[in-house]
Design a protein around this ligand. Structure first.
Ligand SMILES: NC(=O)c1ccc[n+]([C@@H]2O[C@H](COP(=O)([O-])OP(=O)(O)OC[C@H]3O[C@@H](n4cnc5c(N)ncnc54)[C@H](O)[C@@H]3O)[C@@H](O)[C@H]2O)c1
Ligand SMILES: O=C(O)[C@H](O)COP(=O)(O)O
Length: 532
């Protein structure tokens, strides 16, 4: 039974769903912020469910020897070292929509809090001061709202802004003109947004590009008296620069939900009257927390129990419905990759994967990941479908995909073409209704070979004596042949032999096979036939 650790505070719904789905779950929200404790127990778990308090560092990932999936009950995954997780083959998934309305509402609430100084007015009134003349606000109607990052949350804030009769301008390199007009916003460049907005609200993820986008330079381009709202990530703002601008009056007020260092027990913002601060409450509503808890528990259970992948940051999605149908083809793609990986000794320059007929309609991204995993595994034993695409990229392998209509007798097949500095190898295979992978073509030579755990592959001249040689050598060494396949391009031309053996072909006998004048090459192969 797979085991999941919940290391941040999550709705009890999550725990119940894990249990209902047959996943063993430990709910220990106190462990997330306790790095040493987490490090000492992480090797016991197949899954880790987190929010933002748990920091999944490279060190933690190295210690997570059994971990298969990290589930973020929320959106931002900047607290997870994704490259490290991917290299280790760990899926990282989040819940991209579960808290977006709630967070957008928090941004709007923050905008009103700033415009009418609600927190200060509340504190003063409760202190019995009745300072009616102290709190002069600004009206929101007719003002320009600048949305930086117009994705899920930003676009909800934008439409709320439109509903409040604001003029909304948005900066987002991935926002199309048609989407902008659908939202009723004006798409502008960054500097134009800075120059025109009365309120600026941040909704980008925290990346190398977005880090520190609000700094002394960008603040200098803003209107004097602008208000800034940050319900995205603290690192988007250079805190010292914003504090200086808040003190000088260049920025009239800032609403800060997120901080560079969290939990923020102290901050230069805290001394300023024109700052409204909340402790990373963007996603903190009952509804949002139910949504994200339910979604992450379902997604993680689906993956651990059924192999379905949804909302993964580092792996193509595989729905629970398609997982059973895709599974044999994932195995086929791995086996094809593995064949080439085992016979190739040179660095791989290019990989072309052809999806013919029915396979072209499948989830080819997942199949490509599987083929790459098979290809790389002979060199890197612990590669999997998550880490393989990254490793292929790191090795500079050029990847291309071809999808085409049915072109032969098979309903569908997959062909792998792998180019090294000296040659291009091709292999094709399909799955029959028994779900077992078959090699149907190697080096352009047709055959029909079942894939076994232990195999012997030879390339040879199409000459008499090959069957006798291989049969005799196997017999002399006590290796039973389960299946013997031969193929050739023409009589007397190039031929191949593929033997499915009940035990590994002895390494020290290979030289005897290779010594035969008709044999060009002989290679023992091993396939993980139970790999998916
Ligand atoms: N305060 C909270 O509790 C809370 C809650 C949820 C999400 N968040 C944060 O909000 C962020 C946004 O969430 P989302 O669901 O809207 O994400 P999203 O991916 O749907 O949208 C982000 C948008 O930012 C845009 N973007 C990326 N780089 C940009 C750049 N350099 N300049 C301008 N735009 C850029 C993207 O194109 C995208 O449209 C999350 O990454 C998370 O960090 C905070
Ligand atoms: O990215 C998110 O989803 C938010 O920052 C929410 O974070 P939290 O789950 O820690 O409240």
């Amino acid at each position: 039974m797979p085991r999941v650790l919940v290391s941040d505070k999550l709705s009890p719904t999550a725990v119940q769903i894990f249990k209902d789905r047959g996943v063993d779950v430990d709910y220990m929200p106190e462990v997330g912020p306790d790095k040493e404790k987490l490090l000492s127990i992480i090797d016991q778990y197949d899954g880790l469910a987190i929010r933002s308090a748990t920091k999944v560092t490279e060190k933690l990932i190295a210690a997570a020897t059994n971990l298969k999936v990290i589930g973020r009950a929320g959106i931002g995954v900047d607290n997870v070292d994704i490259p490290a997780a991917s290299r280790k083959g760990i899926i990282v998934m989040n819940t991209p929509f579960g808290n977006s309305i709630t967070t957008a509402e928090h941004a709007v609430a923050m905008m009103f809090a700033l415009a009418r100084q609600l927190p200060e007015a509340n504190a003063s009134t409760k202190a019995g001061k009745w300072e009616k003349n102290r709190f002069m606000g600004v009206e929101i109607t007719g003002k320009t709202l600048g949305v930086i990052g117009c994705g899920n949350i930003g676009s909800i804030v934008a439409t709320r802004g439109v509903g409040l009769k604001m003029h909304v301008v948005a900066f987002d390199p991935f926002l199309s003109e048609s989407r902008a007009s659908e939202l009723g916003v004006e798409k502008v460049e960054f500097d134009e947004l800075l120059a025109r907005a009365d309120f600026i609200t941040l909704h980008t993820p925290m990346t190398e590009k977005t880090k520190n986008i609000i700094n002394a330079d960008s603040i200098a381009k803003m209107k004097t008296g602008v208000y800034i709202i940050n319900c995205a990530r603290g690192g988007l703002i250079v805190e010292a620069d914003l504090v200086a601008a808040l003190k000088s009056g260049k920025v009239a007020g800032a609403a800060i939900d997120v901080f560079e260092v969290e939990p923020a027990k102290e901050s230069p913002y805290f001394d300023l009257e024109n700052v409204v601060a909340t402790p990373h409450l963007g996603a903190a509503t009952t509804e949002a927390q139910e949504n994200v808890a339910l979604q992450i528990a379902e997604q993680m259970s689906d993956y651990l129990m059924k192999g379905a992948v949804s909302n993964a940051i580092n792996m193509p999605s595989i729905t629970a419905e398609e997982a059973p149908r895709l599974k044999p083809f994932v195995k086929l793609a791995e086996v094809l990759g593995s064949f080439v990986g085992q016979v190739t000794e040179e660095p791989i320059k290019e990989v072309e994967i052809v999806f013919d007929g029915a396979t072209a309609q499948m989830n080819t991204r997942a199949l490509i990941s599987a083929a790459l995993a098979g290809l790389i595994r002979p060199q890197v034993a612990d590669v999997n479908m998550v880490s393989a695409p990254i490793m292929a990229k790191e090795r500079g392998i050029m990847l291309s995909e071809v999808k085409r209509d049915k072109s032969g007798v098979f309903d569908g097949y997959i062909m792998l073409k792998v180019t090294t500095p000296s040659m291009t190898r091709t292999i094709a295979g399909t799955c029959f209704s028994d779900g077992k992978p078959r090699f149907i073509q190697i080096k352009g030579i047709n055959l029909d070979a079942e894939v076994g755990q232990h195999m012997l592959y030879t390339t040879n001249a199409d000459a008499p004596g090959i069957i006798g040689l291989l049969g005799t050598v196997c017999g002399q060494n006590g290796v039973n042949i389960a299946n013997f396949q031969l193929g050739r391009n023409r009589p007397g031309g190039d031929a191949i032999a593929l033997l499915y053996l009940d035990a590994p072909f002895p390494e020290d006998v290979l030289a005897q096979v290779r010594a035969h004048q008709a044999i060009d090459s002989a290679k023992r192969l091993q396939f993980d036939v139970g790999l998916t």
